[in-house]
Design a protein around this ligand. Structure first.
Ligand code: FAD
Length: 281
């Protein structure tokens, strides 16, 4: 589905599995709007906000039935080898060729790690079990994973994860492009050759963005936070400002030669489409 005309980058789009029949219906409409952008693939989160693997798989199946490559996010924390093996078999049966492989986070109060400690263990297991069947995406953190012992330890963990068999990486979202460029430079120096695709979060809602960013360790630069706060409940101003900031960030990344852009669309179409329009895609 990729339309690599001059200046246009391959894009991918991330959704989360809706929890209600209305949400499922709404997402179908949102996807049809977003397919105008010809995404290379659409991924569906798992576990975030209590979503289940069956919700993820059901959404991915719909995406594939719509003629677009669908990629489930797949986390290993708390899982056994047998359960992972069984889910991989289900993915193959569903015609899935791409997986976003993650450690994930333990729900609070949950006891142990299970049989996989890190995402690198999952990546190695998928490769050992299924060879080259899946394109494996892994997560990268230009502003450092919140639980990392140090930036150096986090980079080392990323390199290990890629060496375990990752095909490419998608970053946590960021608004500071220098953090991304530095991370890519460091990864290249450490021998990582796979594509590292920036994850981009359109700004549409300031309280939600601030909440997410605190949880996942993405930094909202002071000037962006202050501007967002100054708009109060004025949604139109937040959205207009967000479009400017995020379109400029994408333009800067494009000019620097990134291999693609992954949009955290949050099950909404308008902002992602508007950003791509401004970029002339
Ligand atoms: P890992 O790569 O295993 O890293 C986790 C931590 O362990 C890091 O601090 C790392 O430095 C450290 N570490 C790794 N290996 C080692 C080692 N060998 N020795 C010592 N330390 C090590 N969450 C969801 O719940 N659902 C989703 O669908 C989801 N999708 C995501 C998609 C993307 C693109 C991104 C960037 C994140 C996503 N997340 C999702 C969040 C993710 O699950 C969390 O950030 C989680 O805490 C870490 O997962 P990981 O795969 O990056 O873990």
């Amino acid at each position: 589905m990729n339309d690599n005309t001059a200046g246009r980058l391959p894009i991918s789009i991330e959704f989360f599995p809706p929890k209600t029949p209305e949400g499922v219906e709404k997402l179908r409409g949102v996807r049809q709007q977003l397919y105008v952008l010809k995404p290379e693939f659409c991924s569906v989160t798992y576990g975030a906000g209590g979503s289940t693997q069956s919700g993820t798989l059901a959404t991915v199946r719909e995406i594939i039935a719509e003629g677009v490559a669908g990629a489930p996010h797949f986390s290993c924390i708390g899982a056994s080898r047998d359960s992972i093996r069984e889910q991989l078999a289900g993915f193959r049966t569903a015609g899935i060729r791409r997986i976003v492989a993650l450690r994930g986070d333990l729900p609070s109060g949950y006891g142990g790690f299970g049989e996989f400690r890190y995402a690198s263990d999952l990546v190695a297991f998928i490769r050992a079990e299924t060879g080259d069947h899946f394109h494996i995406e892994v997560a990268a953190y230009p502003e450092v994973h919140p639980q990392a012992r140090s930036p150096e330890a986090d980079l080392k963990a990323f390199v290990t994860k890629v060496r375990a068999g990752a095909s490419s990486a998608i970053t946590q979202y960021f608004f500071n492009s220098d953090a991304f460029f530095r991370f890519v430079d460091d990864a290249r120096k450490a021998g990582v050759e796979v594509p590292i695709v920036p994850g981009i979060m359109p700004i549409t809602n300031s309280s939600q963005l601030i909440r997410f960013s605190e949880a996942c360790g993405a930094e909202i630069p002071r000037w962006i936070r202050l501007r967002l706060e100054s708009f109060g409940d004025d949604k139109a101003s937040i959205q207009a400002f967000g479009l400017d900031v995020v379109s400029q960030l994408c333009e800067k990344l494009r000019a620097a030669g990134v291999p693609g852009i992954h949009f955290y669309a949050m099950n909404q179409a308008t902002a992602t489409i508007e950003i791509c329009k401004r970029l002339g895609w």
